[in-house]
Design a protein around this ligand. Structure first.
Ligand code: SF4
Length: 627
């Protein structure tokens, strides 16, 4: 019997009371061991219930024996917590390993003592911020972490931008507060860990700044790897907002530099003129920019140059002050460079767009295709990499989509379907007929169907949308139709509070878009029905989507079959996966978009999800729940 056989079949079984031996878990563990030993790449689709965390943790900890360091990157905080509080301690105790594991958060999550002290001493806050300030002062006296999430336990903190450690606000060794700096303390802990749990955002933030955030590592495991492309794209892009400038000018103002006031005012005015002109010209909430932006920037750029010069030339009283001023000068220059690159559409391989709402104006760019960048930085064969998720393939065993998107041209794959008995425990309901989602009757149809289904399951339902507009309309309709039900809607409060109310509330129905399709775990009787209102195709007019589709068409490829459809299939698999979270779970998934029945591509969706019983009438659904 090999080490892994013994660990999974004997040691784990002896440690966990209700441990069930799962062949798939062991198979995955062997594969992970193999790629770690061979310095290879593994893409693993591990269906719900396989126990994939232990399947990579056990071989990873065994591999760490030789004084190596491994990064485990996840998408959700929920999984990070689960790894740190339960899976890693379990794996360590089974293996008798002393390995040290810690979570690494991004610097912007920590209070910056220096900025906070400056803000207090300069009195640079507004009267309405007094309550908040008092709360932070009290919290700071007791906190050991300085973490924003801890500070916000009693409510949001609107001045975090002024007191948190910003991406480029730290002056490092020249800071007098450094010996007591929260971030530095956390960083030391991270550097002394062999397992670093982080999220995809921090992983790519580290990559985009040349590895200055995380210590050197010898292997990476990406869990929830289906989100990698989206997160990586945001880090290979750039953005600047009207508030970037406002906050920066406000911070400079607190320095009391002589003769700077008129320049600050002129820069502020020029910035307002620039962003207001943008807002007047691009009135829709999201506009893709295809031609260089013809808006005057001379005034703004001149003022930014003058400001940077003053900051660089100002005599500083101490080394700390000098570093502070130089940091501010760099940030002023960076605002100018980013705007300049944006308005001239500097990179032909990027897509540029402007987002506006009542207060915000965001200039944003992102690379259309990140596969080459990832191939040369992450999947270049330097270190072993494992990617896993329950939703990676677009058809059983078909990994082509993710490989292409992430630029993975070598390595190995493994497809492990869920051990759960979907055929006996779940039913897929697709109405025999129904209007096309673009039809005006669609919201009414969704409302009618939902009302009937929710009454059968007595609530306990997730209602998943792809559009906030439809969600709001159906919610309003249901308020009248289901007065005795506990209707919860995304946006009312935080996701965690909504989930808490859903889990423990009676007759609860949660209407959600975006975040509720994935990373939400409600095992047991609280959730027995998932209603998918529409096939989750991304909006083709979204700037990034549009640019990607155009790019594929230029290569004479079928953008729908090679990009839009596979992407939607992965999202549908995520939504479907909300229902059965443990062996004894049961229930219904309803897909109310009848294109899945009528259109040729419907079969691709259906073959990607676990096979279960099917129903095309409400009566059949009733029968399933009665039996
Ligand atoms: S070391 Fe950096 S983050 Fe820490 S207190 Fe000083 S400036 Fe702030």
């Amino acid at each position: 019997m090999s080490d892994l056989d013994y660990i999974f079949n004997t040691l784990l079984a002896n440690t966990i009371k209700q441990y069930e031996r799962r062949e798939e878990q062991l198979q995955m563990a062997y594969k992970v061991k193999e790629v770690l030993d061979k310095n290879d790449i593994l893409i693993a689709e591990a269906g719900t219930g396989i126990g994939k965390s232990l399947a990579y943790l056990i071989p990873a900890i065994l591999w760490l024996k030789e004084d190596r360091r491994i990064i485990i990157s996840t998408y959700t905080k929920t999984l990070q917590n689960q790894l740190l509080s339960s899976d890693i301690p379990l794996a360590k105790s089974v293996l008798g390993s002393p390995v040290v594991a810690n979570v690494a958060f991004g610097g912007e999550n920590y209070l910056c003592r220096r900025r906070f002290k400056n803000l207090l001493s300069e009195g640079a806050f507004l009267p309405f911020q007094m309550d908040e300030l008092e709360r932070i002062i009290l919290w700071q006296k007791t906190t050991r972490t300085g973490l924003r999430s801890e500070a916000e336990e009693e409510g949001k903190i609107s001045i975090w931008n002024d007191i948190g450690r910003g991406r480029n606000t730290c002056i490092g060794k020249l800071c007098k507060e450094r010996p007591n700096c929260y971030y530095e303390y956390a960083r030391r802990k991270t550097y002394s860990s062999q397992i670093i749990i982080t999220n995809h955002h921090l992983f790519f933030a580290n990559l985009s700044c040349g590895g200055k955030v995380l210590p050197k590592y010898d292997a990476v495991i990406f869990d929830e790897a289906h989100n990698l492309e989206d997160v990586a794209t945001s880090y290979f892009g750039e953005s600047v907002t009207n508030y970037t400038l406002t906050y920066l000018l406000r911070e400079i103002k607190t320095k009391n530099i002589s003769k700077i006031k008129p320049v600050l005012e002129a820069t502020h005015d020029a910035g307002e003129d620039f962003f207001n002109s943008i807002k007047r010209k691009f009135i829709s909430p999201s506009t893709r920019i295809k031609q260089p932006v013809d808006i005057k920037t001379d005034d703004l750029f001149q003022n930014l140059d003058t400001l940077a010069k003053i900051l660089s030339n100002t005599e500083a009283g101490s080394e700390e002050e000098k570093a502070d001023l130089s940091n501010l000068a760099d940030r002023v220059k960076a605002v100018k460079t980013t705007i300049k690159r944006f308005i001239s559409l500097k990179d032909p391989h990027s897509v540029y767009w402007i987002e506006t709402n009542k207060n915000w104006i965001v200039l944003q760019s992102a690379p259309i295709d990140i596969s080459d960048s990832l191939a040369s930085t992450v999947f270049n064969g330097d270190i072993p990499v494992v990617l896993c998720s329950a939703t990676i393939t677009t058809h059983p065993n078909d990994f082509r989509f993710i490989k292409e998107k992430l630029g993975i041209s070598s390595g190995t794959t493994i497809y492990l379907s869920s051990p759960f008995d979907y055929m006996n425990n779940s039913i897929l309901y697709i109405p025999q007929d129904g209007p096309d989602p673009r039809n005006d009757r669609y919201p009414e149809f969704i409302t009618n169907e939902t009302e009937k289904l929710v009454k059968i399951t007595e609530g306990r339902t997730f209602l998943l949308f792809t559009s906030y507009k439809l969600m709001d309309e159906v919610y309003t309709n249901l308020l009248y139709r289901l007065p005795d039900y506990n209707l919860l809607k995304q946006g009312e409060t935080s996701r965690d509070i909504l989930l808490e109310r859903f889990r423990y509330g009676k007759r609860a129905v949660l209407l959600g878009a975006s975040t509720f399709w994935q990373g939400v775990d409600v095992p047991g009787d609280s959730l027995i029905s998932v209603i998918i209102t529409r096939l989750p195709f991304d909006v083709p007019t979204d700037p990034l989507e549009e640019a990607r589709i155009e790019s594929l068409k230029k290569e004479e490829r079928n953008a729908f079959l090679s990009y839009q459809l596979p992407k939607a299939i992965l999202t549908l698999k995520q939504g479907f996966g909300r229902l059965i979270r443990k062996k004894t779970d049961y229930g219904m998934v309803a897909i109310l978009d009848t294109r899945i029945r009528k259109k040729y591509y419907g079969k691709f969706f259906l073959s990607s999800i676990p096979q279960s019983k099917t129903a095309s009438s409400i009566d059949e659904v009733k029968d399933f729940f009665i039996c």
